[in-house]
Design a protein around this ligand. Structure first.
Ligand code: ADP
Ligand code: MG
Length: 568
């Protein structure tokens, strides 16, 4: 095998040559402490940076087995190493002051601990995948810089980020224990009849709408009302108490700006583990809870929205409803039915992002507009059936209408960012001021239809065998070939790498669409494969910017593709 010295000399030789000649360095190099793999070299200085890997044996890396003995711990350790590697690479960047040419980078991540393809840890070795902008001046190779970058800076980063003895053992221990406890808590939820758990002392508000770090000084720590308090005895960190949100229908009420949406958002992200110090690191939610919102303008393909919408103008079908341009209410109805199809066990709904006419229709409006002129059966008339027929719970933020008091099992009021349990009062008020609404929902929710995706028109399988090019820059947009898919309504996607993985998953699923298999079956098959293997099955060579996603979010992305066509 070629050595570090070979790479060094090769880069000196390439100095001043045309950028294309960088391709020569592709391959594997033995360094003193690790192996460097140059998997993919960029074609020009402005293309996506080159993809590299470092493999360092455990004999050198030295991580004790206890830090990665369980899947929870391994994912948490990998996340930790990702963060240290990112920090070391950033520090190196500041001291060198180079731009994109000369950059060493690893996939961008946020506050969540997620299984990713960036860092792998086994009993044999640690592997890190990253990108390098190979240095150039104009279109000429800066070979001496490249040699310094790969043969001096990189070993320093590896030494500081991937060896147990360079790292902080207490912080690592804490990270794996906190994450393992969170996974354990999440597993306890259904046994305890809970949808979510928010511990006392949790910090829920964030610094800003664009900064997901915890709000510092002004933040009011969370404190459960006594009526809803539950306790758990965690495997690592002992007893923890906090608010348990029971299954069934939970209403979060309260004045504007008193912290309702902040609580719901923390619940929605409780499907993920968070790093220690985040404030939400022991907030946990059922893994299949889905945030639902109105999303006018989205496309819908063959969804049975008839539980919510009937008798559309011009006799349009609502059992097999398709549109290129949904309204607020039809989009929200479609998203709920799609979530059920994908296996959601809880819905999270915020009035701020809901269509009013989907949520409520009060007595006076019922009197003025007869039911046969109103296609919408509001959510209030279906919310109980969802629970009775399918066991699907709802957590609903609703400060604007007391009509929901009648259908709620639990009512939580947020006042000055603190919750109180007000179920009794709400029920007493509901009895005193009857709404005299007529129930519109019928007897049951409706059976769930299955959808059979059809071969994508103009699909790549006929044109040529190459899958469509995947482009992902932000967490809210997926570009596949010529199609751009708007994911901004999928609030539980948090990382660009998740979107990239979803895109890769879609390119493997699409060629299988033949009209004979249901969407759920196809997604389940892929999920099973992912569960027994790893993210690398999604790409043809090892890539470092994939992150695990839920089948629910994969389905949600597919459902938003304008090219999706189904048979029902
Ligand atoms: P609501 O949905 O009730 O109108 P929000 O949840 O949007 O209110 O919160 C309003 C503001 O209060 C936000 O800026 C949020 O960051 C802040 N906030 C929420 N919870 C807390 C808290 N526990 N401590 C301090 N500030 C908070
Ligand atoms: Mg709000």
């Amino acid at each position: 095998m070629r050595t570090e010295d070979d790479l060094y000399n090769e880069l000196q030789r390439l100095n001043g040559k045309s950028y294309k000649a960088y391709k020569d360095i592709q391959g594997r190099y033995q360094f003193a402490d690790f192996t460097l793999l140059i998997d993919h070299v960029q074609g020009d200085p402005f293309a996506a940076p080159s993809r590299l890997r470092v493999q360092i044996s455990q004999a050198v890396a030295g991580f004790p087995k206890s830090l990665y003995a369980t899947p929870s711990r391994a994912i948490a350790l990998r996340d930790y190493l990702h963060r240290v590697f990112a920090k070391q690479a950033r520090m190196m960047q500041t001291t060198r002051g180079s731009g994109k040419s000369g950059l060493i980078g690893i996939a961008p991540i946020g506050q969540q601990i997620i299984e990713r393809s960036s860092v792998w840890v086994s009993a044999e070795q640690v592997e890190v995948r990253f990108v390098v902008g190979l240095p150039a001046q104009g279109r000429r190779i800066l070979g001496r810089q490249a040699a310094a970058l790969l043969c001096e800076d990189l070993p320093d980063i590896v030494d500081a980020a991937l060896r147990f003895e360079s790292l902080k053992p207490k912080a690592m221990q804490r990270q794996v224990e906190v994450a393992e406890d969170a996974d354990w808590l999440r597993q306890q939820l259904s046994e305890r009849g809970l949808v979510s758990f928010v511990p006392n002392g949790a910090i829920l508000p964030r610094q800003s709408g664009v900064n997901d770090a915890p709000l510092k000084d002004a933040a009011q720590p969370f404190q459960s009302p006594p009526e809803l308090e539950v306790s758990f005895d965690r495997p690592n960190q002992g007893t923890i108490s906090g608010m348990g949100i029971p299954e069934g229908i939970t209403l979060i009420v309260g004045g504007g700006y008193h912290g309702k949406s902040t609580l719901l958002r923390a619940i929605a992200l409780g499907i993920y583990n968070h790093i220690p110090g985040d404030g939400r690191e022991q907030v946990v939610t059922r893994p299949d809870a889905v945030k639902i919102r109105a999303e006018d303008g989205r496309s819908v393909a063959g969804v049975d929205i008839s539980p919510f919408i009937n008798h559309l103008p011009q006799g349009r079908s609502t059992t097999d409803f398709s549109t290129e341009n949904a309204s607020g209410s039809t989009s929200q109805a479609a998203s709920i039915v799609e979530a059920l199809e994908a296996g959601a066990s809880a819905l999270l709904v915020d009035e701020d992002t809901s269509a009013t006419n989907f949520m409520i229709r009060d007595r006076r409006m019922q009197a003025l507009i007869a039911k046969d002129h109103e296609p919408i059966t509001p959510f209030i008339d279906k919310i109980r059936q969802l629970y009775a027929d399918y066991g699907v719970s709802t957590v609903l933020v609703m400060g604007g209408s007391g009509d929901y008091f009648d259908v709620a099992d639990t009512v939580i009021a947020m006042t000055d960012y603190q919750p109180t349990a007000v179920t009794e009062q709400a029920k007493a008020i509901a009895a005193e001021y009857a709404t005299h609404r007529k129930a519109e929902g019928g007897e049951s929710f409706a059976p769930l239809a299955q959808r059979f995706p059809l071969p994508t028109q103009d699909s790549f399988q006929e044109r040529d065998r190459r899958p469509p090019k995947l482009k992902v820059r932000e967490v809210d947009e997926l570009v596949l070939g010529r199609e751009s898919v708007d994911l901004s309504a999928l609030e539980q996607l948090v990382e660009v790498s998740q979107v990239r993985a979803i895109g890769a998953a879609i390119t493997t699923l699409q060629p299988q669409f033949d009209g004979n298999h249901t969407l759920s079956d196809r997604i389940t098959a892929l999920q099973d494969k992912l569960d027994t293997t790893d993210l690398d099955i999604l790409t043809d060579y090892p890539q470092g910017d994939l992150a695990m996603f839920r089948r629910i979010d994969l389905a949600a992305a597919l459902n938003r593709m304008r090219s999706l066509q189904v048979k029902v």
